[in-house]
Design a protein around this ligand. Sequence first.
Ligand code: AMP
Ligand code: MG
Length: 401
Amino acid sequence: MSQSPLIPVEEAIASLLAMAQEQRLQESEPVALSEARQRVLANDLVATLDLPPWPNSAMDGYALNIDDWNGQPLAVSQRIFAGQAPQALLAGTCARIFTGAPVPEGANSVEMQENVELMEDGRVRFKQPLSVGQNIRPQGQENRAGQVLLQAGKRLGPFELAIAAAQGCTHVPVVRRPRVALLSTGDELAEPGTPLEPGCIYNSNRTLLSHWLSALGCEVIDGGILPDQPRHTRLKLEQLQQAADLILTTGGVSAGDADCLGEVLRECGRPLFWKLSIKPGKPLTVGYFGTVPVIGLPGNPTSALVTFGLLARAYLLRIQGVEDVTPLSFPVNVGFDWPKAGNRREYLRAKLEEGRAVLYPNQSSGVLLGASWADGLVEIHEGCTLQVGDTARFIPFCGLF
Ligand code: AMP
Ligand code: MG
């Protein structure tokens, strides 16, 4: 297996999505709007109301019927505030009306208050030409009852939840959370809060990934830190497979002696692929342990970040029913030279400055500070060189959450 050629990123994503298709979560649950952010809609959201439910005024002003109006000043026959149900407009009069208030039956135009003159006898003189429908928001302007507002598979953010609220919903049906068992492997790992023994480092991947998993709607089962021992690893995977929809690990997937996650998958599981044409993140390992999918991310924090963002994220969204899992990206001009073509797809931490992507000076996969400094990843294809001003694709981090 170690001799096998590196798998192109697109091929790895396609395999993961095919796997996700088989693992699609079927169960759903109603969740309060206040809790439903980042979850995925399980059924279409169909409007029960026209919005607006009735024609209403877009301005503070005066409503009149310009079809039976002779251009003379009009008496004010009613005042209509938002939240009130008006009377039909008395012929030959106008109505004082405020923003959001229903336009009375019989009125077909609203003039803003700045364009009228209030006469001493209380009548209103309209100073400008008027047109039918002006300053009126028609019934159903936004949507009609029965219309599909949001399709099943839509990720719910503030906009979508507000759309549900505007229909009077308190809850929305969402796909149940994927349960992800998160394991950090490595003899050198210590828990923050414990003393740091010689040769050890604190576990940062767990914090990185558990926040990211939550942002993708997942429930995190913390599998803790695992020593680099195949027996321990196998026992832990056996224990976690009952509870998890996915086992996500970091570390232990390279070809070193201590890299036992890959070894256990090969001996006791079913590896699907290993080693991608990607930098950072080459040793990414995917397979099954029993019936549970396993995604083994490399241990270097930036390798874990890149492979999670480009591959595991797509998998986790697709099992929840999200169709479009391709992260937002756009072409940018690069503010650097890239004279030496690589043989793997590179993802460089970069910031956008004046429309150009500039690189964090240290692109080592062990350096996490670059990710915080950067706005996203510049993608450089295999065999590609660049000069300042050339274009490359940019994947903003904000599109990966
Ligand atoms: P590995 O993929 O296990 O060979 O690990 C590659 C590098 O990432 C090593 O320098 C590890 O110490 C480091 N590393 C592995 N796991 C973590 C973790 N959970 N948090 C921070 N660094 C890690
Ligand atoms: Mg390790």
